[in-house]
Ligand binder design. Sequence first.
Ligand code: BT5
Length: 261
Amino acid sequence: MVDPADLHSELGTKIFGRNIVSLDTVGSTNDLAKHLARSNAPPGTLVLARIQRGGKGRLNRTWHSPEGGIYMSLILRPRVPPSIVPGLSLVAGHAVAGTIRDHLNLPALIKWPNDVHIGRNKVSGILCEMGVLNDSQTLFVVLGIGVNGNTDPGDLPEGATSLKAQLGRPVGASTLAARTLERLELFYEQFVQEGLSNLVRDMNRHLLYLNELVILKRAGAPSQENITGTFLGIDLKGRAVIRTKGKLERFLAGDLSLRGC
Ligand code: BT5
């Protein structure tokens, strides 16, 4: 559990997490953050919870949110068009993975487009949602971050791991959240000014499945339309670049897995 007082005293950010709304149990921190964003909560407001009863992934999937995990949603008001907002999932994943590598010495990698893995196991997921005006103006963004910090692996779905399980000891959740938010704020400032241009090179150095044969499943598309090819990395727009039968294709969204898994 992230302790809001500890987080507050540790944080070295300008606005991220300067205003904290902390609850014991909540449906989804993203849903509460969206509600607060519509009620004019200031940018940087952070919604924290110990447990989520209705934690959400993309496409109405469930995010298992038992005790021990970090569940936080950040309200942002970037002056960028809605079309580039999904890139913030990658920015957040990059911040989470980098923090885990640098502060815990674990080999965390970004799994395009919105996960963080250690080895083949998922340790964190990002859910980026937004409010728009007339499809052309971004009113707010809610960046939801779930990290399996001190979660018992037995409480997690197959394919998931926690930092505690990887380290063999508990992690300081408030410190980890503080370091993540500090890194994320720096990346966010770059993203708002110049998109992914200064971030993408480092992201591509820490990418799961790089140069491996992958399958990309696209939401709603039948399985015969899955894309198979070599994953060459992320481009400046945050798209996955996949070489399929000699040509390069770029995808904005989807689920990547290793071919044969
Ligand atoms: C995600 O979706 O990974 C986004 C998760 C975002 C969670 C945060 S927590 C704070 C905020 N409030 C919310 O309600 N959500 C955000 P997706 O890529 O669609 O992956 C979902 C899939 O990950 C599920 O279908 C499971 O297979 C797997 N999964 C579920 N819970 C998990 C967990 N705790 N650890 C690892 N994998 C999990």
